[in-house]
Design a protein around this ligand. Structure first.
Ligand code: HSE
Length: 431
């Protein structure tokens, strides 16, 4: 049986999961794919700590060059995350004629253009199934299963940590800090959890999804990103009363010839499938011209879930190499109907708004007068009963408005002397 050698850079949580799968399922995989995948070398800066898998110590090295420069290694798996030195390792591997598997969403979002170009130049490929949704086979489905389709939009819950926090707030009335503390303890947050909470991790994943669906590798600066740190328990509960859940959505949406790419807390109807995605689960809902609307759902983080995706990439590459196949575009081509990216100020949609105002005659008239001045029409309004303080929350849903007008109206409303806190606005998607 043909044997292929791999070198693994990054022997952390996911890396040791990959090693465990390749060892424990060696025969199972070999029987399925007709190739024996052999781990020739494992590199990590820490080669002393114990992992949950035992390996021959001779496999370990702390020098990535022992993998990158080894002519007998066919595939390099990068699982260290971050930009540097992961970028150098991947480009080094491509330059020395190896195919690459990575889970590195941040790196692909930031440097994907040059890395994919380098791979094409060298006649090699970068596979990246574990970068979005861990074990959910979303990348392969978009690239291969849906190859005949044009995509209209993607709505993704792609960050397990934020989704866990929002779900805890909604289901268990837990405060934001409490829920975040619990999420960190569960161990699926990034090393820097602000990447999860502030929407950056979701934006990285959205960039990858939008690339697959629309063939455009947009930069992080082009993505409008707003995290969940400003979402209060009060808003989660008011939204629920109005028939919505608040989710951190990663959205790529084609509207006429413009593409919107944005990540922000979003009210979605409780009747929609996405609203029931809770905890660390991820879901990607795509709308296509042939296959209709599809939702991919599963755990979005976790050792074996991510390792499962890495192994699937390894298997694909072994098959490509065995067949002498090089797929230069991985079926990704530019959607030329997209002429430009839509600025956030120009998107149109419905909004949930909460004002904190003094409870006295004429307040609502003032607020609605300003909304009317900017052409914004109110769909529903609720004033919550005043407690001990004089300040009452006024919760509104407004009909479709352009974001620019909405922002202008809110800044004028916030200057009213009867309005005591900065107003909250959360976008609504009907899906
Ligand atoms: N920090 C990420 C999350 C891990 O919470 O979804 C998976 O990419």
């Amino acid at each position: 049986m043909k044997k292929m050698n791999i070198g693994l850079i990054g022997f952390g949580n996911v890396g040791s999961g990959v090693v465990k799968i390749l060892r424990e399922k060696k025969n199972f995989l070999a029987e399925k794919i007709g190739v024996e995948i052999n781990i020739k070398k494992i590199c990590d800066k820490d080669i002393l700590s114990k992992r949950n898998v035992s390996i021959d110590k001779g496999l370990l090295t702390s020098k990535a060059s022992e993998i990158i420069d080894d002519p007998q290694i066919d595939i390099v798996v990068e699982l260290i995350g971050g930009i540097n030195p992961a970028k150098e390792f991947i480009s080094g591997a491509l330059k020395s004629g190896k195919n690459v598997v990575t889970a590195n969403k941040a790196l692909l979002a930031q440097n994907g253009k040059e890395l994919f170009a380098l791979a094409r130049d060298r006649g090699k490929n970068i596979y990246f199934e574990a970068s979005v949704g861990a074990g959910i086979p979303i990348i392969k489905s978009l690239r291969e299963g849906l190859v005949a389709n044009r995509f209209n939009n993607i709505f993704g819950i792609v960050n397990g940590t934020s989704n866990f926090v929002l779900s805890e707030m909604s289901a268990n009335n837990r405060s934001f800090p409490d829920a975040l503390k619990q999420a960190k303890e569960k161990g699926f947050a990034e090393k820097d959890p602000s990447l999860d909470i502030e929407g950056i991790d979701s934006a990285h994943k959205l960039i990858i999804l939008a690339y697959l669906c629309f063939g455009k590798l947009v930069s992080l600066q082009d993505v409008f990103v707003e995290g969940i740190s400003q979402v209060s328990l009060a808003d989660v509960n008011y939204a629920k009363e109005l028939g919505f859940e608040i989710k951190l959505l990663a959205i790529a949406k084609k509207d006429n010839n413009e593409l919107q790419v944005r990540v922000h807390p979003t009210l979605i109807p409780r009747s929609h499938l996405l609203s029931s995605v809770s905890g660390v689960y991820n879901a990607i809902y795509v709308s296509t011209d042939l296959a209709g609307n599809l939702m991919f759902y599963g755990p979005g983080a976790g050792q074996f879930s991510a390792a499962s995706a890495v192994v699937s990439d390894l298997v694909d590459l072994t098959q490509d190499i065995k067949a002498g196949l090089f797929r230069s575009t991985l079926n990704i081509i530019e959607d030329r109907s997209v002429k430009k990216l839509c600025r956030i100020e120009d998107i149109k949609g419905r909004y949930y708004i909460r004002f904190s105002a003094i409870d006295k005659p004429g307040v609502l008239a003032h607020v609605s007068g300003i909304l009317a001045k900017f052409g914004i029409s109110i769909a529903s309004v609720t004033q919550k009963e005043r407690s001990r303080s004089q300040i009452v929350p006024i919760v509104m849903i407004v009909h479709e408005a352009r974001e620019k007008e909405l922002r202008l109206a809110l800044s004028e409303i916030d200057r009213l002397h009867v309005v005591r806190e900065k107003s909250i606005a959360i976008r609504i998607e009907e899906l």
